[in-house]
Design a binder for this molecule. Structure first.
Ligand code: F3S
Length: 403
C-alpha cells in the first residue's frame, strides 16, 4: 500500500502506541483486500460496545488503547451499550455488569469518542452526506448509510472502526469503489407494504431468497412507490441481518438507483405470499406467552416516540415494555412531554441500549416487536420466542391483560 508521510509516521509510532496499533490494523486490512491507499474518513461508528459482547478481553483491549494515548481525530459515535447508562437499575441490570460497562464507555471517552450509544447515528448528530467516506460498524447503519444516504462505508468490525477513528483513515476497497456499488440482480416487489414490520419482513424475504440462490450481488429493488425513513431503517436492519448485505438500490427512492438503473440478467419476484411467509416465520410465540415487549430496533426516531406516546396516553401497560432510542432523541422526547406520558403508562425508556445487546438472555419467555432483526437475535442470542407485529399492534400487546 502507498502511505502518505503522515500515515507512515503513524505506522512508525510517531503518534504513540495506540495510533501505531490502529494503523497496523488498517494496513493489514488493506493488504488483505488489495487496497492501494488510505482514504480520509468523515465519520466513524464503532461497534463492540456492550460488555455483554466484549467481555473482559474486549474491555482490557480498549483500556490499553486509551492508556496508549489513542485519540479520535474525526467524529466518532458508539453502537448501543449493554444498558441505559443513566437508568440501568430500572432495567434490572446487575451492578457488576454496570460497573464493567461504565469502564468500557470511559475508555471510549478517554479516546475522545462521543458517548452517544445508538445504531441510528444518522438521527443523533452523526449524519453523513451523499458521497462521504465513512468507517462504520453496525450492519443496519452501514446499509442505511450506503443505500439511503449514498455515503460510502464497508461493514467495519469494532477494532477497524476504532482504528479509523484514531487515524482518520480507512483502506480503499469494497464499497468505496464504484464497480462494487453496481446492482447485480433485479428484485421486483409485488406486495403492499404499510408498516415497519412489513419492511422488515421484506428484508427477510429478499435476503433469504438471495442467500438461497447464492447471490452476493447488490439488489436493485423495483415496485415500491414510497418508503419513510422509519420503514427504510427497518428494511436496512433486516436485509443486512438475513442477507448479509451492505447496500441495495430502490428505484425512485435511494439516491444512486438512478445512476445505475436495473441490471440485465436475473430477476427475482417477491409476492404477498413471500411476505406473509416471512412474517409467519417470526411468530413462533402464542399471544398469551408474550411477557416482554420492545420497540426501537433500530433505535426509534422522534416521530415514532410521538406515536408511542399517543397510543399509551392515559393507559397502563401490563408487561415489561422497553422503548429503545438514542439519548438525543430521548432529550427531545423529554422536552415535548412524550417521556412523561410514556413513563406514566409503566413503559420504560431503555436509552443507549437495546433488547439484543443488553444482558437479558433467558430472562423472558417471548417478545413482541415490529422488528424482523430483533426477532432474529431474540431467538439466537437471548433464547426468546417472538411475535412480529405491526407497530401499533405491539403497543396493544403491551396493554393486553395477561389472562
Ligand atoms: Fe440497533 Fe440493537 Fe437492533 S443495535 S439495529 S436496536 S439489534
Amino acid at each position: 500500500m502507498r502511505l502518505t508521510n503522515e500515515e507512515q509516521a503513524m505506522l512508525d509510532g510517531g503518534q504513540g502506541q495506540a495510533t501505531r496499533k490502529a494503523m497496523q490494523i488498517l494496513v493489514a486490512l488493506g493488504r488483505i483486500y488489495g487496497a492501494d491507499r488510505m482514504l480520509p474518513v468523515r465519520s466513524v461508528q464503532i461497534a463492540g460496545v456492550s460488555y455483554d459482547n466484549l467481555g473482559d478481553a474486549g474491555l482490557e483491549w480498549l483500556s490499553k488503547m486509551a492508556d496508549g494515548g489513542g485519540r479520535a481525530c474525526v467524529t466518532a459515535t458508539l453502537n448501543p451499550a449493554g444498558m441505559d447508562i443513566e437508568n440501568w437499575q430500572k432495567l434490572g441490570i446487575p451492578a457488576e455488569f454496570a460497573e464493567k460497562q461504565k469502564r468500557v464507555i470511559d475508555a471510549f471517552v478517554r479516546m475522545g469518542v462521543t458517548p452517544t450509544c445508538t445504531c441510528t447515528p444518522y438521527l443523533a448528530g452523526n449524519k453523513p452526506s451523499l458521497g462521504d467516506i465513512l468507517a462504520w460498524a453496525e450492519s443496519s447503519a452501514v446499509c442505511y448509510a450506503n443505500s439511503v444516504i449514498g455515503a460510502r462505508t464497508n461493514r467495519e468490525g469494532g477494532p477497524s472502526a476504532l482504528a479509523a477513528a484514531l487515524t482518520g483513515c480507512t483502506p480503499e476497497y469494497g464499497m468505496h469503489l464504484d464497480p462494487n456499488r453496481q446492482p447485480g440482480v433485479t428484485v421486483k416487489v409485488q406486495a403492499s407494504l404499510v408498516d415497519t414490520a412489513d419492511f422488515g419482513a421484506l428484508g427477510k424475504a429478499i435476503g433469504e431468497k438471495l442467500e438461497t440462490l447464492g447471490h452476493k450481488a447488490i439488489p436493485f429493488i423495483t415496485g415500491i412507490e414510497a418508503a419513510s425513513m422509519e420503514q427504510l431503517k427497518s428494511f436496512c436492519a433486516s436485509i443486512a441481518t438475513y442477507g448479509g448485505l451492505a447496500m441495495f438500490h430502490m428505484q425512485g427512492i435511494t439516491p444512486e438507483a438512478c445512476d445505475f438503473g436495473p441490471p440485465a440478467g436475473d430477476h427475482l419476484l417477491i409476492t404477498s405470499d413471500d411476505l406473509e411467509r416471512a412474517r409467519r416465520s417470526l411468530c413462533d410465540a402464542l399471544p398469551h406467552e408474550v411477557d416482554f415487549v420492545s420497540l426501537g430496533c433500530p433505535h426509534l426516531s422522534i416521530h415514532e416516540v410521538a406515536r408511542v406516546a399517543g397510543l399509551l396516553s392515559g393507559k397502563r401497560v401490563t408487561k415489561e415494555f422497553w422503548i429503545t432510542t438514542s439519548r438525543p432523541v430521548k432529550a427531545t422526547a423529554d422536552q415535548l412531554g412524550y417521556t412523561a406520558i410514556i413513563e406514566a403508562s409503566g413503559a420504560k425508556f431503555a436509552v443507549d441500549t437495546c433488547c439484543v445487546v443488553a444482558p437479558i438472555c433467558g430472562r423472558f419467555k417471548a417478545m413482541a416487536t415490529d422488528s424482523a432483526k430483533a426477532c432474529y437475535y431474540a431467538y439466537s442470542k437471548n433464547k426468546f420466542r417472538t411475535r412480529l407485529l405491526d407497530f401499533d399492534r405491539v403497543i396493544e400487546e403491551a396493554l393486553e391483560d395477561e389472562t
